[in-house]
Design a protein around this ligand. Structure first.
Ligand code: PEP
Ligand code: MG
Length: 330
């Protein structure tokens, strides 16, 4: 088993019909770097920075953040690191944030629908400035991409980009070392609003990353962390799949790369469908990479396309699940 994994790590992630598929890792803490290296992932498709500071009592300053990002970027060598700015709020509350807001503040009644992710950062722009600055400095150590969480309208992306470019200009003026070019700034597509207007949002973003965990939650109106409605929070719901298809098509039309970084990206039973829908890049928990690579290497593109066509025409979640089971058994 170990040998098999070692062998897979060195093989390229290419389909039997020749298409190259990018398999990257999701990561939360630098302690996971050895796992990422072992997995054979071609870079980090999602670094969830909120987890770095979840239990911190104060907001991390720029140098503290820079040290962490720089160590990850350096460890990845020539492979890119996609750093997502803080996705605090929702089911990821933060100690530091609670203190910053003053403990007198009423907790939100619906945190998942409240001031979360980019909304929260735009409300506290100094958080975004500090984090952008740390990330841009880390970009001097290797290829970096920057990702904005929880987008719903273009004005949020435009506002974030303005801050991003301002921070970059300031660093340049001060003569601080950053990468040669400004790292691409992309957006998470994880709300129905973003998925259904992905083409318009793409005008302001360099790449799109489908966050199918939240997209499923917001589409099915079923909390991703509730056991009671877990059966309803199903990424195979045709409404979710159609929104994903819409996003992937928008990316192709607007020539923006689209990756999938929700949990389903690491489920080998989903791989043929997602490839058939037109996706070429996946980011997943590191331990899932070898198995997904095996599936990629065994598959022909045309078969995936046909599967996706049949699945997207189906309206029954149970039947869709059976189609995928049946396909992977073959
Ligand atoms: C997602 O929502 O699918 C996602 C990748 O982000 P997170 O799981 O961190 O919310
Ligand atoms: Mg999310």
């Amino acid at each position: 088993k170990r040998q098999e994994l070692g062998r897979l790590r060195r093989l390229t992630s290419r389909m039997a019909s020749g298409e190259k598929i990018s398999l990257q890792a999701n990561m939360e803490l630098p302690a996971e770097l050895p796992l990422v290296a072992q997995s054979g992932a071609a870079g980090i498709g999602l670094l969830r920075t909120e987890f770095l500071f979840l239990n911190a009592e104060t907001l991390p300053d720029e140098d503290t953040q820079f040290d962490i990002y720089a160590s990850v970027v350096s460890a990845m060598g020539a492979d890119p690191t996609t750093i997502r700015v803080l996705d605090w709020g929702g089911e990821k509350p933060s100690e530091a944030l609670a203190r910053m807001n003053g403990n007198g503040e009423e907790p939100e009644e619906n945190p998942a629908l409240g001031l979360r992710g980019l909304r929260l950062l735009l409300e506290h722009p100094h958080l975004l400035e500090t984090q952008f600055s740390a990330i841009l400095r880390a970009a001097a150590k290797g290829p970096v991409r920057v990702l904005l969480p929880m987008v719903t309208v273009a004005s949020e992306v435009i506002a974030a980009r303005e801050i991003y470019e301002r921070v970059a200009r300031r660093l340049k003026r001060k003569g601080v070392e950053t990468g040669d070019a400004l790292p691409p700034l992309g957006i998470m597509i994880e709300t129905p609003a973003a998925a259904l207007t992905a083409g318009a949002l793409a005008q302001h973003a360099d790449f799109l990353a489908l966050g199918t965990n939240d997209l499923t939650m917001y589409t099915t109106a079923a909390d991703r962390s509730s056991a009671e409605v877990a059966a309803l929070c199903d990424p195979l719901h045709p409404a979710v799949l159609r929104m994903m298809a819409e996003t992937i098509t928008a990316g192709l039309v607007e020539r923006r790369p689209v990756s999938i970084c929700g949990e389903m990206a690491g489920d080998p039973k989903m791989t043929p469908l997602l490839i058939g829908m037109g996706c070429r890049a996946f980011s997943m928990t590191p331990s899932a990479v070898p198995r997904v690579k095996q599936v990629v290497r065994a598959m022909r593109h045309e078969d995936c396309r046909q599967l996706a066509r049949r699945v997207l025409a189906e309206t029954d979640v149970g039947v869709i699940r059976e189609m995928l089971e049946e396909f992977s058994e073959k």
